[in-house]
Ligand binder design. Structure first.
Ligand code: URA
Length: 228
């Protein structure tokens, strides 16, 4: 019998949990393989787990995650609609940047997750995940500009932590995320044309669901000056 996406993702997560391919697993509490819908059309790729993610084993549950929830809410989505992963799956010591060999050691896991999910859209958050698809690009130049590739697209965005650190980036960040529903429509159209299928109906304007499950506050977390 063929395994379901959920089973295949769980099997990858189990291997990530036992991974010792680089130094990052040393001293961590949990691996953070990725989480979300096993049939997600959107995969969001961040950098590496921070302290809260290390404690909970779930990506983007700290302050950056709260802002990511807010951004998803702007387009009528929650984290249950997407799959969220990172280029490094264990927390780097003191939240330092993941090193090239650490990202390389994790790469097969992310590649496998993407092969299972076969998403319409890959959203990269920050420069480390952007570099997978846009090597040598500058995020300040290319954020919000999708690259279509057959029946899918790559979409580079700033990292939520950058927007928390520098509120001037929030407008860009929020305008960029608001283009996601239109992008999905465009990708669906292209997929349908490739497969000789009828053009799908466009997605209706999003009705944001009730504010995040956290503290009931649907405002961006302006009070936060630090990030994960
Ligand atoms: N920042 C990331 O890039 N990933 C997380 O999971 C949390 C914070």
């Amino acid at each position: 019998m063929t395994n379901t996406n959920a089973e295949r993702l769980q099997a990858i997560a189990a291997r990530v949990a036992a991974c010792t391919a680089c130094r990052l697993h040393e001293g961590t509490r949990n691996a953070v393989p990725g989480a979300g819908s096993p049939t997600a059309e959107i995969v969001i790729i961040g950098e590496a787990p921070g302290e809260q993610e290390d404690i909970q084993g779930v990506p983007f549950v700290g302050r950056s995650g709260k802002y990511l929830d807010y951004l998803l809410n702007l387009i009528g989505m929650s984290r249950n609609h997407v799959f969220i992963a990172n280029v490094a799956k264990h927390r780097p010591p003191a939240n330092r940047d993941p090193l090239p060999d650490e990202i390389a050691a994790c790469r097969p896991y992310l590649d496998e997750q993407l092969a299972v999910l076969n998403p319409l859209l890959i959203v990269t958050l920050g420069r480390f995940s952007m570099a997978r698809y846009f090597p040598d690009a500058k995020i300040s130049k290319i954020h919000g500009q999708p690259r279509f590739d057959g029946g899918m697209a790559y979409y580079p965005l700033y990292h939520p932590a950058a927007a928390l650190r520098n509120p001037d980036l929030r407008w860009d960040m929020e305008e960029d995320i608001k283009r996601v529903p239109g992008l999905l429509d465009e990708i669906r159209k292209r997929r349908a044309a490739m497969n000789g299928e009828p053009v799908p109906e466009p997605t209706p304007e999003p009705t944001p669901p009730p504010a995040d499950e956290g503290d009931g506050d649907d405002q961006p977390p302006k009070q936060l000056s630090l990030f994960d």
